[in-house]
Design a protein around this ligand. Structure first.
Ligand code: PMP
Length: 289
């Protein structure tokens, strides 16, 4: 945490270093809660409405009533971004079940905890951004969607973290998680695309991928360029034989993948990613100026 980090917690704005939550918060005790990661550029939160909609959907899916309206959360985000010392940064909006006695019964928590942290985020370094990243396919499989729907952006990230630990230990930058059927879902904290013969492919959310907001934007930008996009089942073989591969996410933005399991991809970054990165940057500029 940097000195400049700020926090809005249950309606109060304070330096993040002074913000605290109870040890009895069920977000901490059980991972019972949801979150959003939002970037801001030029003092404007990017895709805020889409993030608040997904937060509301995650809340509905886990029977969590957010005690603030979309308008109040928009107001809180706007205030936080305005007073943050830099015009560019990252917001983490978290809603937990709130404090309650030990024991996981959510009905024992009466008031959800809502907090928004404003800070910087460096998910990949300059070298990785320029050269592309190296991925491995993890042996850790994605939690099945009939156990926990991948569209719920919950505070339970252990599945993703276990895959990332595998990547760290093997000397890779990140991991790809397959689902129980062996189909590609996503990376540990980003969606995944491949390009092959001028066609873009990404796993379907039903296979276990988060319905990423950056993913949706990339699909739309590609379609507008008459670049065909398919949401489809992908296997390790499709990764190894792709012309290009890249990750998308709020933290990641668009990152080229250089190799998968030691197989060098044909193009990194290739023409598809180069075009989409330009269009994405232009969109950010248009929407945040
Ligand atoms: N998948 C996972 C598991 C994520 O945590 C994220 C976001 N951090 C994404 C995909 C990308 O989603 P978005 O583009 O909405 O940030």
């Amino acid at each position: 945490m940097r000195k400049s980090a700020l926090c809005w917690i249950n309606g109060q704005l304070i330096p993040a270093s002074e913000a605290s939550i109870s040890v009895f918060d069920h977000g901490l005790l059980y991972g019972d809660g949801i979150f959003e990661g939002i970037r801001f550029y030029n003092n404007h939160a990017f895709q805020l409405a889409a993030h608040l909609t997904r937060l509301a959907d995650s809340a509905a899916a886990i029977c969590l009533l957010i005690p603030y309206s979309q308008e109040q959360l928009t107001q809180a985000v706007t205030e936080l971004v305005e007073i943050f010392p830099d015009s560019t940064g990252y917001l983490r909006l978290i809603v937990t079940r709130g404090t309650g006695p030990l024991g996981l019964n959510p009905d024992s928590c009466t008031q959800p905890t809502v907090l928004i942290i404003a800070d910087h985020l460096l998910m990949v370094n300059q070298n990785q951004r320029q050269q592309g990243i190296r991925l491995m396919i993890a042996s850790t499989r994605r939690t099945p969607t009939d156990s926990l729907d991948g569209r719920i952006k919950s505070l339970n990230y252990l599945n993703n973290i276990l895959a990332r630990i595998e990547a760290n230990q093997a000397g890779f930058d990140d991991a790809i998680l397959l689902n129980q059927s062996g189909f590609v879902t996503e990376a540990s904290a980003a969606n995944l695309f491949i390009a092959r013969d001028g066609h873009l492919y990404t796993p379907h959310t039903a296979d276990g991928a988060l319905q990423g907001i950056t993913r949706e934007i990339v699909i739309k930008l590609a379609s507008e360029q008459t670049l065909p996009v398919s949401e489809t089942a992908l296997t390790a073989y499709d990764m190894y034989t792709a012309d290009e591969c890249f990750l998308t996410g709020t933290g990641a933005e668009l990152i080229a993948v250089r190799e998968v399991d030691g197989r060098l991809l044909r193009q990194c970054p290739g023409p598809v990613l180069t075009t989409l990165t330009r269009l994405f940057t232009e969109l950010i500029h248009r929407q945040t100026s």
